[in-house]
Design a binder for this molecule. Structure first.
Ligand SMILES: NC(=O)c1ccc[n+]([C@@H]2O[C@H](COP(=O)([O-])OP(=O)(O)OC[C@H]3O[C@@H](n4cnc5c(N)ncnc54)[C@H](OP(=O)(O)O)[C@@H]3O)[C@@H](O)[C@H]2O)c1
Length: 289
């Protein structure tokens, strides 16, 4: 069996390869990358085959996917969604032309009901895959916990507050590492044809709880202060974010407040066992024991 993985030099793709090698070190893995040198450095000492493939250069993709029994198509990080639709369509057509046996795609949680603008991009890719008739597995990922819980929280500990417009909204986020572990388990396993999995957490958290955990882990009181959309944008701009990025973050927070990320699922837990807890994620972010 040959498993090809795009986005292999990225954080998710690289972690999936590491977990796949733990599952079965003799499995043939192909890393599809647009930066061969970066991949060589990251994969030094492994038997992973490196092939060039760029979503923006469709002619490079069929060769990159040749012999792949399974393909993990990691969504592109491009911000311009119409461009990203084309990138993904290029990859899907190439998978069809190369005779790939099964396509796994990193989509977004509850894509068909989601109010996030991003969901349209992911649904369009899911439909493109379905047009090929190739068996598929849609891995509908949560927002990464790492987006909210990262070393930047040290500044919140310093200031004694986290400021958001999430209200008491619940989050079903999962760490990127747990998502990689679950994705590797799907790729290494049998079956999963024409299945959809929502890789969200089985228990949610809120920014009020995050403040409590931050206080406990750091030993310093941290409070969550809820503000309006406009105040959030102003706060983030004062902290140095460009206006567009500040408005984007505030709009994500607004959808969290509206309940977008409150739905849980056991799909991931069934594959990986215990998920990384909120407290452990905070400890890792703050590098605390
Ligand atoms: N759920 C979430 O919260 C969340 C958050 C962020 C991103 N995402 C999505 O999940 C994907 C994986 O996440 P990640 O953390 O692994 O992102 P990442 O670290 O930014 O990795 C993205 C990967 O895509 C590759 N890539 C970029 N443009 C490409 C192109 N034109 N052709 C082929 N490959 C290309 C990059 O290659 P280089 O190394 O050469 O740049 C890299 O390997 C992202 O791309 C994005 O679509 C989800």
């Amino acid at each position: 069996m040959t498993i090809a993985i795009t986005g292999a030099t990225g954080q998710l793709g690289h972690a999936v390869i590491s977990y796949l090698q733990e599952h079965n070190p003799s499995e043939k893995i192909v890393a599809v990358v647009r930066n061969i040198e970066k991949a060589r450095q990251q994969l030094a000492g492994t038997n992973v085959e490196i092939r060039f493939g760029d979503y923006d250069e469709p002619v490079t993709l069929p060769n990159a996917f040749e012999d792949a029994t399974k393909l993990l198509l990691v969504s592109s990080p491009e911000y311009d969604d119409p461009k990203r639709v084309v990138q993904h369509a290029n990859a899907v057509k190439a998978a069809r032309d190369a005779g790939v046996g099964h396509i796994f795609y990193t989509s977004i949680a509850f894509a068909d009901e989601s109010k996030l603008p991003l969901a349209l991009l992911h649904l369009s890719t899911e439909y493109a895959i379905r047009t090929t008739g190739i068996p598929y597995t849609f891995i509908r990922n949560s927002l990464y916990s790492d987006v909210f819980i990262n070393p930047g929280l040290a500044a919140n500990v310093e200031n004694g507050e986290i400021v958001t417009n999430t209200d008491s909204g619940q989050l079903n986020t999962v760490t990127r590492d747990d998502l990689a572990k679950g994705t590797a388990a799907l790729l290494a396993g049998e079956g999963h044809e024409n299945q959809i999995y929502n890789f969200v957490s089985s228990q949610t958290w809120s920014f009020d709880e995050l403040a409590e955990v931050l206080s406990r882990v750091s030993g310093k009181e941290v409070k969550h202060r809820n503000v309006s959309f406009a105040e959030q944008v102003e706060y983030l701009q004062n902290a140095g974010l460009p206006e567009g990025a500040a408005a984007f973050t505030a709009s994500i927070h607004e959808t969290i407040a509206g309940g977008e990320t409150a739905r849980t699922s056991e799909d991931l837990k069934r594959l990986i066992g215990e998920e990384t807890s909120l407290e452990e994620t905070v400890r890792q972010a703050l590098n605390a024991k």
